[in-house]
Design a binder for this molecule. Structure first.
Ligand code: SF4
Length: 559
């Protein structure tokens, strides 16, 4: 992929070298992924790194939980070099500054998590005096400075990688688990780096909720601009899960930011074989470069840093109320299907049929504002602004014209997630109609999945599942699928499936229930952030999870 020109819309970031790859400074978006092998297994990790590279990955991250694993990064690097594979590696560090120090000897970039680099997580609630807070900052500087100095000396980059749900107690008590808390947490580390004259920094702000992920990256970009710098940003929706839902969440979070010009390197995180992440990330990168090269401009979001629904008045459409506080409705266009409410002899979940009949109030200036476009995101933002300026409270029906997509593929998912999801996460849209040549059932399923990913309307259970890494204690993909099959009908319930207790509980974000690898062959079960059952044998784990859901009155028998 080649950047033909520097499009005006792309955020100008400073270039940071990660070995042979430049990140930021107008360089092509670098696609990343992460190995799931045991870091001490050199052959397996080299093999998976090679597979990721062949799939199109530019940078590979490897976990280094202890100094033993961190040391083995040296052997991995040597073996990759021996095979003629020059791919920059990133060590993923949690809780362990000495692993970071060892890893910096061997790899081109070290990722630290400000939530746990110098702090251990206790979920403690307490007040900090100003003097205590300053003492905590001094402690961070003491823990982080040796790594900064070493990276500076060896020419390594550092990723300051903050995750929603994985913030230090100090930040949680001061700011809560908010985008502002995430940004401040990262800025504390940046100040230490800069005070040591170190600027080879890349940031990441990840969340499993695409809405939070969008807001926090915009806030960081804005904060850095006010700080007078533009470090590159690595984008990703973490713990997105697997299958179409995970792809939509990633495409929504990453895609909308890229459309806004934000982002220098990306990872699509899936609870699947990591090589499956790469084609989705590559498709997003190609899509973004095409937009930038065409100089596609986009109006600013209405509410970049927080969610607020664009106010409209509830209005009757035939027998259905659209707008106001009503849930966002899903319809089909009457001309696209002979019988929109029926498909293949089965009733579709279509809630209304949009037509052009004037008495339905669909003509301009009547009861509804219809936004219909292929470039729906830009049109929707502009029209919502115009309506707000005119204090016009007509409900907005979003009609995304996707008829140019004849294939049900990742390109369709990306565009749908960005064009429709990008408006919903900004509070714009009271009803959604996707115009398509695909079967009606499929179009409706896709639309509902987008509403679910945008956290606008829950139509099924929500899963937060980590992608796995060298710490994973069970087969994440099959476990997630098994739990999904048993609990997928629990509308509105959020279930986390996490591979280990080291990071799992911290990164489950706002899950109602957690299924977390405790030790080989056992899991720990959580309600919110509290562990309620420890060491449950895997064979009993599904039933015990279901029993827990029942105890908390969230269970419904599948119909
Ligand atoms: S939660 Fe999952 S991805 Fe994160 S460290 Fe544990 S096993 Fe690895």
């Amino acid at each position: 992929m080649k950047v033909l020109s520097e499009p005006a819309i792309r955020r100008k970031s400073r270039p940071v070298r990660v070995g042979s790859v430049q990140v930021g400074g107008g360089a092509p978006l670098a696609v990343q992924s992460m190995t799931t092998t045991n870091t001490q297994d050199t052959a397996a990790t080299v093999g998976q790194t090679k597979a990721l590279m062949e799939a199109g990955c530019a940078i590979v991250r490897i976990t280094a939980q202890t100094t033993t694993e961190a040391k083995n990064l040296g052997a991995i690097k040597t073996e990759l070099r021996r095979q003629g594979l020059d791919i920059p590696l990133v060590a993923d560090i949690h809780f362990n500054p000495s692993s970071a120090m060892e890893a910096a000897e061997h790899v081109e970039k070290v990722r630290v998590n400000p939530g746990n680099f110098a702090d251990s997580k206790r979920f403690a609630q307490r007040e900090y005096t100003e003097a205590e807070y300053q003492e905590e900052l001094r402690r961070i500087a003491e823990a982080f400075t040796p790594l900064v100095e070493k990276c500076k000396r060896l020419g390594r980059a550092i990723r300051i990688g903050t995750n929603h749900g994985s913030l230090s107690d100090r930040i949680m008590n001061q700011y809560g688990d908010t985008p502002l808390g995430m940004v401040e947490s990262a800025m504390e580390y940046l100040r230490v780096a800069e005070s040591n004259g170190f600027q080879d920094v890349v940031f990441s702000m990840k969340a499993s909720n695409p809405v939070v992920m969008l807001q926090v990256n915009r806030l960081l970009s804005d904060t850095l601009a006010r700080h007078g710098t533009a470090y590159p940003l690595h984008l990703g929706v973490t713990e997105a899960g697997e299958g179409e839902d995970a792809r939509i969440k990633s495409a929504m979070g990453i895609g909308v930011l890229l459309a806004e010009g934000i982002g220098d390197t990306i990872r699509v995180s899936l609870t699947e074989d990591p090589t499956k992440e790469v084609p989705v990330a590559k498709a997003l990168a190609i899509w973004a470069h095409e937009r930038w090269n065409r100089g596609m401009e986009l109006p600013q979001p209405l509410h970049p840093f927080s969610f607020s629904r664009h106010p409209t008045r509830p209005t009757l459409y035939e027998t259905l109320v659209i707008g106001g506080e009503e849930v966002v409705k899903v319809g089909l266009f009457e001309g696209d299907y002979p019988h929109p409410r029926m498909a293949g002899g089965k009733e579709t979940p279509c809630e209304f049929v949009l037509g052009t009949v004037p008495e339905r109030g669909l003509s301009p200036n009547q009861k509804f504002q219809i936004v219909q476009a292929e470039e729906l995101l830009a049109a929707g933002r502009q029209q919502a602004r115009d309506l707000e300026a005119a204090n016009d409270k007509r409900p907005i029906i979003l009609v995304w014209d996707a008829r140019r997509f004849t294939q049900d593929n990742v390109q369709l998912l990306i565009e749908a997630a960005v064009q429709v999801g990008g408006l919903l996460v900004d509070g714009i849209g009271d009803a959604v109609v996707v115009r398509s040549t695909l079967p009606a059932q499929r179009v409706l399923q896709l639309t509902y999945n987008i509403l679910q990913a945008a956290r606008i309307r829950s139509v099924k259970a929500e899963y937060i599942a980590c992608p796995g890494c060298g710490r994973t204690l069970f087969d994440l993909e099959s476990t997630t699928q098994r739990i999904k099959a048993k609990t997928g009908h629990l509308k509105g319930v959020k279930i986390a499936v996490m591979g280990c207790i080291v990071n799992g509980p911290g990164e489950m974000a706002d899950a109602d229930f957690g299924y977390v690898g405790g030790s080989p062959g056992t899991v720990n079960l959580y309600v919110g952030k509290n562990m309620v059952e420890r060491g449950v044998p895997t064979a009993e784990s599904d039933e015990r999870l279901i029993a827990l859901i029942k105890t908390h009155d969230k269970w419904l028998d599948p119909s």
